[in-house]
Design a protein around this ligand. Sequence first.
Ligand SMILES: [Fe+2]
Length: 156
Amino acid sequence: MKTNDIGLEAKESKVLVEKLNTLLANYQIYYQNLRNFHWNVSGPNFFELHAKFEELYTTANESVDEVAERILTLGGRPLSSYGEYIENSSIVEAKEVADSKKMVEAVRENLNTLLNIEREVLESAAEQGDEGTVTLMSDYITAKEKVVWMLSAYLR
Ligand SMILES: [Fe+2]
């Protein structure tokens, strides 16, 4: 069995790297959507949402780096250009969104897309005995589910 530097089966890690790159691509578009909303939000909820979007993109920024470096740890190459991200992301770039409620709805939808990918990555990682990736995904999922709950409460 051919293994990578951390002793996991190279062939299996390669499959996981592909899934992690899908996650990375989606994460980058999600990140940029949050920046868009942070800049362009207006109205009576400006201060609240301006700050919330910043908090979320700061977290996303850290996660993007962690996912890319996990890919490298597994012996893969992280997608590194926006062209590749757009090509591999199912999250769509937000263009002009005027309504702040629509922004929050879009963030919640993006988070659910990320959650689905993370659950898929977690399942594959668990099958491969890749505990490092499992833990990373598990932490992301728990944190995101909480944010989705809070956004849902906001939207009710
Ligand atoms: Fe700012």
